[in-house]
Design a binder for this molecule. Structure first.
Ligand code: IYR
Length: 215
């Protein structure tokens, strides 16, 4: 089918891109959340934005589980902290623990119960028919990674703070949330507003020069 979006004039592209760059440079990963509720539709819209992501063979191999029930958030926190105690207790290894030190992360995960909601992103490793037969999905990691990037962008531009949390191993998420066997947890994303006393590590981003090569 034809696809003929109106072409944006160059000056408008430049203005829009510069504004977007400045707004996205303000995004910070937040680990200290207020428990204030967030506007539900903003989260639903952000998930809908994520689901516009390109995907291998347009299979859209993702499921977003919104967790608003405090009891379920508590169950996730308990299970995550149990794994993280082992991880931070040595499973990650000295090199990894050293890399995390500037972030100040540890095995205590209050954001999982403080934030008013979590979005747990699952990747569908394969498609599961209702009769139990399966069909392969392609480029699942790439597709879901792109979708999560778009989710984080949409949340930030909608004024909401988020954390990309990757407890490891994540098998407990499928169990707590009762997901089918074709789904594998990819990330837990607490969403909310920063706590009044929120602090973030004083990190510096690489400059464009450091990340860009033009040939
Ligand atoms: N998954 C652990 C450890 C962790 C790993 C990386 I790489 C980070 O950038 C941050 C944390 C945790 O969530 O604490």
């Amino acid at each position: 089918m034809p696809y003929r979006p109106a072409r944006m004039p160059a000056d408008q592209s430049l203005r829009t891109a510069a504004e977007l760059r400045a707004r996205m440079d303000e995004r910070r990963t937040v680990r200290m959340f207020s428990s204030d509720p967030v506007p539900t539709q903003a989260v639903l819209d952000a998930i809908a934005v994520a689901s516009t992501a390109p995907s291998g063979a347009h299979q859209q191999p993702w499921t977003f589980v919104r967790v608003v029930d405090p009891a379920v958030r508590k169950a996730i926190r308990d299970a995550a902290e149990e794994e993280e105690r082992i991880s931070y207790g040595g499973r990650l290894g000295d090199e990894w623990l050293g890399a995390l030190r500037p972030l100040g992360t540890d095995d205590v995960k209050p954001h999982l119960t403080d934030a008013p909601e979590l979005v747990v992103v699952f990747q569908q490793r394969y498609y599961l028919e209702s009769d139990g037969t399966s069909r392969k999905h392609y480029y699942v990691d790439e597709s879901v990674g792109i979708a999560v990037g778009m989710l984080l962008t949409a949340l930030h531009l909608s004024g909401l703070a988020a954390l990309t949390h990757t407890p490891s191993p994540m098998r407990f998420l499928g169990e707590v949330l009762n997901r089918p066997r074709n789904e594998k947890a990819f990330a837990v994303i607490p969403i909310g507003y920063p706590a009044d006393d929120c602090v973030v590590p004083n990190l510096v981003r690489k400059s464009l020069d450091q990340v860009l090569v033009t040939v």
